[in-house]
Design a binder for this molecule. Sequence first.
Ligand code: F6P
Length: 365
Amino acid sequence: MRVGILTGGGDCPGLNAVIRAVTKSLLRHGDAEVIGIADGFAGLMEGHVRPLDWRAVSGILFSGGTILGTSNRADPLATPADTERTVAQARALGLDAIVAIGGNGTMSIAHGLSAHGLAFVGVPKTIDNDIEGCAQSFGFDTAVGTATRALEQVQTTGQSHGRVMIVETMGRYAGWIALEAGIAGAADAILLPEIDFDPDALVRLCQARQRQSGYTVICIAEGAKPRGGALTVERVIADSPDPLRLGGVAHTLRALLEPHLQSEVRATVLGHVQRGGPPTPFDRVLATRFGHRAAQMVLAGEFNRMVTLDCEVPGAPLGSIALADVADRTRQVPANHPLLVTAREIGVCLGDDARPSSVLPSPVP
Ligand code: F6P
C-alpha cells in the first residue's frame, strides 16, 4: 500500500520522531511504500511529495521542526475547487492512506477531506496540549520545560531589583503550558485564557508581595485577557484558517499594573522559543509511540480516527477517537482541574482572587 505522511500547523518538538516511527513501522511491514508530503496540506494540494525510506528517517529523532516542512495557512476546504484539486492530487498519487500529524486545524481539515473519500489517520501534535480527546500531545512537555526555565531565570532579576517580572507563554485558547510551567517555575500568579483576570487583584498581589518579599513573578498565557477586555492580537493573517496570531498580553498587563505600583514591571514574551529545540525524552517516547500506533491503525484499516493518549501517566494506554469528535473543538483547562485546585491551595493567584490575604496569609519570614 502507499501511505502519505504530512505535518500540518505550527512546528513542534517531536514531529520528526513521529515521522520516523510511522515510516519505520510501515517499512518493516514489507509491502508498504511511504511518501512524504511537503509543507502540510499545501503540498498535498500541489502534489509536492518525495519517497521516505529508512535512510531518510534515520538520525532525525533528536531534531526539532519537521523534515517535511509545514504550513498553517493552506486550507483545502476553503473552496469546493480547492477541495476537488486536493482529492484529485491524492488519487493521482495513489495514496491509500494519509497520516496527518497536526493540531485542531489539521484534524478538522482531515475530517472534512475524509467526507470526500480520503482515508486519514490523525496524530495529535501541539505544544498547547489542547486537542480534544487526548490527555497529552507530544511537544507539550518540551514547551513546559522551556517556559519553566524562563520563569526560573527571571526570578533572579525580580529578586535583585525588587521588580514584577511577567513571562508570557504560548497557549491561544488553552492555558496548559502556563499552568504547568507556572507551578513548576514558582510563579506567584498564573493567568490563563480560561479565567479572565482582574487587574485590581493583581495590583493587590504585587503590592502585598512588595511589602513582604519584595518581588513578584507572573506567568501569563498569550490568550489570557482582563475581565471585560479583549485578546491581545499581534497580527491577523487573512488567508489562514485561524487568522488571529496572539502575542504581547504581557505588555498589556505591564501597562495595567505599572501606574499602581512602586516596583518596576518587566515583560518577557517567550514566543516561538517554546516551539523550538530538541524534544525532551518524554516527548521522544510519546511521539514514537504515537507514530507506531498510527502505522498499526493504517495497516488495520482504522481510518478517520486520531491516536490518543488516555491519561497523562507515562506508559498509559493509547487509544483512538473519531476525527468527527475532534474537529472544531478545543480541550481547555476545566474549572475543577486538580492543578488549578493545587495552585489555589498553595496560594498562587489565578487572577480572580477577591482577597489578597488569601494569597499571602502571613509575612514571609
Ligand atoms: O497552536 C500552536 C501555537 O504555537 C500557538 O500557541 C500560537 O498562538 C500559534 O501557534 C503561533 O502560530 P505562528 O507560528 O503562526 O505564529
